[in-house]
Design a protein. Structure first.
Lengths: 73, 538
């Protein structure tokens, strides 16, 4: 049972949330898209599993290293 | 002082050895004692702390059976009233010659089971900071591996010696000079402060154990005394600070074996010294491999990020990559790899991190990596997608402009062949740091390439301010001018003027690079030897 907290690599804001809590994801699936420095930055699932927790919503500001979601497998 | 094991010496060691048998027995006894290190209880304590002994570390790193120890018998003998040896404590440092993947290296490390690895004031050192093993590396021109597990200088030797000595006055000069002649790799496997911490930094590659080792200028007791700050050693100098935040140490390992494997991996790309070329390891990954996925890996929308890691992996030999500083300065990726079996240094901007904009940490990371590859004759390949320097208050406070221009300066002084592949953006002074005009200035570009002093977006707003302000609809006017200029920014126009050397099909990136990397070999041979550097980095 792997439980991985996915954190933000950048300071920016949440542009789109593509998955919801409870969704099953494959490794590499885009869970949400951040915006920073005018770039759209996809946040991908580090491994297959379920989106156990989603901590952010569209238009939230995020800081570098801030937890975004938890993927459980 | 450890007691001699009564079972080890069958009879007392005579004060003056007489027969050949007596002499060999004494040799065997002394060697046996040296191998026992600080004794079984001290070894158990080391294991209980989750750490290996220095002898175990050496064994796990070097080729089986290749360790030839030197200075085995250095230490302190305990003698009785008749001058017979009754005990022997080895020096708290183990060193010698060994082979790693068949090539000779000088290797040494503190023995923490003996007096916590602190130096015990003898006039001649085996290693630690300078010392015999570093002279050996210098004399025979072979790499040096430091397995660091010591706390550094101690005041307890003062009484024995009878006076104080200047810090590092003998030894560090060798540690410094080695950096220009042989690869130096250091694994921080304990809590390093003072001398050992400094020794770790004077390396081309350093690695520490995440959650297991720490490194700092001085530890919690000194910090508490100097600043009244209470902080534990992991908070002060664990990997999350020393590797991820500060870049003090290059890489983090998940355990000691991983740290040793990383040292091995690093050395596999390096020549034995600067007078040799790095080893070519034939690969069964065909150099004419084209990758369909590269045609579409760059998204159609310019604002969309993509995985530069994935892109680079498709080009280099499969499984040949070794990333340096993956968790620090993440706006740039620095990676040793192979193409057609030949070592290359990859410097790739990471669009996932601030669009790949170069910040102070990325600049520092790039500078170290360029100097490393330049020194050891490893051709550099830039995979470029950089919008410019990082902007904003935080970036200016971090001195991004100076750090970035230092990267430009170092890039401009490279002697090693460099190739530039523009994947997408190549703008501004950060873009300058990815090309080497002293070389043949070979820039290849993908059809998605775009470049200039600054991008059209933003550039128009600044350059055509008067026209925009005078217009009835300034926003529409700005967009109109941008649309007018955009066709001129097509990379094919630049190619017509031969201001970019070639635009390639992304799918052919690997075969194209393979040819130029193979071509570089003759140039590398002409330029073997040490790098002479002059000028002051800005």
């Amino acid at each position: 049972m792997a439980k991985t907290e996915v954190t933000s690599e950048v300071t920016g804001s949440v542009w789109k949330v593509e998955r919801a809590e409870g969704d099953t994801v494959e490794e590499g699936d885009v869970i949400l898209i951040l915006e920073s420095m005018k770039m759209e930055i996809p946040v991908e699932a580090p491994h297959a599993g379920v989106v156990a927790k989603l901590f952010v919503a569209p238009e939230d500001s995020v800081e570098e290293d801030q937890p975004l979601c938890v993927i459980e497998s | 002082m450890t007691q001699s094991d009564p079972r080890a010496a069958r009879q007392p060691i005579p004060a003056v050895p007489g027969t050949a048998e007596e002499r060999l027995a004494e040799l065997e006894f002394r060697r046996d004692q040296a191998r026992r290190m600080g004794g079984p209880e001290a070894v158990d304590r080391q294991h209980a702390a989750g750490r290996l002994t220095v002898r175990e570390r050496i064994e796990r790193l070097v080729d089986d059976g290749s360790f030839r120890e030197i200075g085995t018998l250095a230490g302190t003998g305990g003698y009785d009233a008749e001058n017979r040896l009754v005990s022997f404590t080895p020096a708290p440092y183990v060193a010698g010659l060994a082979r790693i993947e068949g090539r000779p290296v000088a290797i040494g490390g503190e023995d923490f089971t003996v007096r916590g690895g602190t130096s015990f004031g003898s006039t001649r050192r085996k290693g630690g900071q300078g010392g015999f093993i570093e002279d050996l590396a210098h004399h025979y021109r072979v790499p040096l591996v430091n397995l660091i597990d010591g706390a550094g200088g101690t005041v307890t030797s003062i009484k024995k010696r009878g006076y104080t000595v200047f810090p590092g006055v003998h030894g560090f000069e060798r540690s410094v000079s080695l950096l220009g002649s042989v690869p130096v790799a250091s694994a921080v496997l304990g809590t390093a402060a003072g001398g050992p911490a400094g020794r770790a930094i004077l390396s081309h590659f350093s690695v520490m154990v995440r959650g297991g080792s720490q490194i700092f200028a001085a530890g919690p007791p000194v910090v508490r005394r100097s600043l009244g700050q209470t902080v534990d050693k992991e908070q002060l100098g664990g990997a999350s600070v020393a590797v991820d935040t500060a870049g003090t140490v290059h890489n983090a390992a998940k355990d000691e074996q991983d740290a040793l494997d990383q040292v091995r991996r690093f050395l596999s790309f390096m020549p034995s010294n600067v007078w040799e070329l790095p080893p070519v390891v034939p690969s069964d990954d065909p150099t004419d491999r084209c990758e369909e996925a590269l045609a579409t890996i760059v998204p159609e929308r310019r604002t969309q990020a993509y995985s530069m890691h994935r892109l680079v992996h498709m080009v280099v030999d499969r499984d040949s990559d070794f990333e340096i500083r993956p968790t620090f300065g993440k706006a740039v990726i620095t990676m040793l790899a192979r193409i057609g079996g030949r070592p290359v240094g990859i410097i790739a901007n990471n669009p996932m991190v601030y669009g790949g904009a170069m910040d102070a940490k990325a600049a520092r990371k790039q500078i170290h990596f360029m100097e490393l590859c330049d020194t050891f004759h490893i051709p550099l390949i830039f995979f470029v997608d950089v919008p410019g320097f990082m902007v904003g208050t935080k970036a200016e406070e971090e001195g991004t402009l100076r750090e970035g221009m230092r990267a430009v300066y170092v890039a401009g002084n490279l002697r090693v062949p460099t190739l530039t592949v523009v994947i997408r953006k190549c703008y501004g002074m950060a873009g300058m740091a990815t090309c080497n005009k002293n070389d043949i200035d070979l820039k290849l570009a993908w059809p998605t390439g775009e470049w200039g002093s600054l991008p059209i977006e933003g550039g128009v707003a600044a350059g055509f301010r008067r026209e925009i302000m005078a217009a009835d609809d300034p926003v529409a006017k700005e967009k109109e001018i941008e649309a007018e200029l955009r066709p001129y920014a097509s990379p094919f126009r630049t190619a017509e003027a031969f201001a970019v050397e070639e635009i390639i099909d992304p799918r052919e990136t690997r075969p194209v690079l393979s040819e130029f990397v193979a071509l570089a070999e003759r140039r590398l041979q002409i330029n073997v030897g040490p790098r002479l550097r002059s000028g002051v980095q800005p």
